[in-house]
Design a protein around this ligand. Sequence first.
Ligand code: PPS
Length: 307
Amino acid sequence: MALTSELGKQIKLKEVEGTLLQPATVDNWSQIQSFEAKPDDLLICTYPKAGTTWIQEIVDMIEQNGDVEKCQRAIIQHRHPFIEWARPPQPSETGFHHVAQAGLKLLSSSNPPASISQSAKIIDLLPPSFWENNCKFLYVARNAKDCMVSYYHFQRMNHMLPDPGTWEEYFETFINGKVVWGSWFDHVKGWWEMKDRHQILFLFYEDIKRDPKHEIRKVMQFMGKNVDETVLDKIVQETSFEKMKENPMTNRSTVSKSIMDQSISSFMRKGTVGDWKNHFTVAQNERFDEIYRKKMEGTAINFCMEL
Ligand code: PPS
């Protein structure tokens, strides 16, 4: 599938088992699949725009016991490299060697976080060693409408992704799962159905927004860590949208404009629940709800659509 970016560049996406992926990911697929997870690895898994960067920063803050300076040691993409961004293995600052990628994020309790990917039908696409080693998974879900809006603006500014076209066009693209990492519905349903069969902590973006301390405490307990109340309060403060938007280690300001043009749209754009109401027409909303009902039938998952 070839699509033209705003720079006029041809973005040729490739597919694995029907899921669109970036070419480098597909070209390095066997390497990604042979990723050797360790039993104490924790993998952060998200659909694109569901709050990946947010949970990455939260996890690192917990890992570093709330030490802001330590969390400033590198940009977030290096502290939690994405395995699916397949590129030659690079040593991290702490000596953890891995290929990077976007969506499943890998964290070791003894080593600093590495990441895996944001897989659509992640269950099928995940390197098998994660299941074999009974690893822990941290999954963050965000309601589909806000994900769609966030992804639309991200595709506008990210020149490594196809131009989204008009909002009306993108609406069709998204509901048909013709975006990198595939269908939101498959991704969320897949992880939701697996959550009781594996060590999966299933979180919601909207819950973290509503009660960050409560959700961060859950993450801490899942990681087997124990930070005291004042540190928890500090983590809540330091991982707020406002702080992370200003933080060059999390706001992607170090990424070249030829890749992400933040004059088009900020990477840390709004960070709210319910921005979909500023984008969806009444007709689109009705159509989306109908499609949602069909695609999510039989799934007892409940999303908060506004706070
Ligand atoms: S990516 O490109 O898939 O890794 O993007 P991802 O980090 O998953 O999602 C980006 C959206 O998350 C918002 N964000 C936050 N919201 C609230 N609080 C904090 N701290 C935070 N950090 C990131 C970010 O603004 C994007 O959402 P939108 O709706 O576009 O603002």
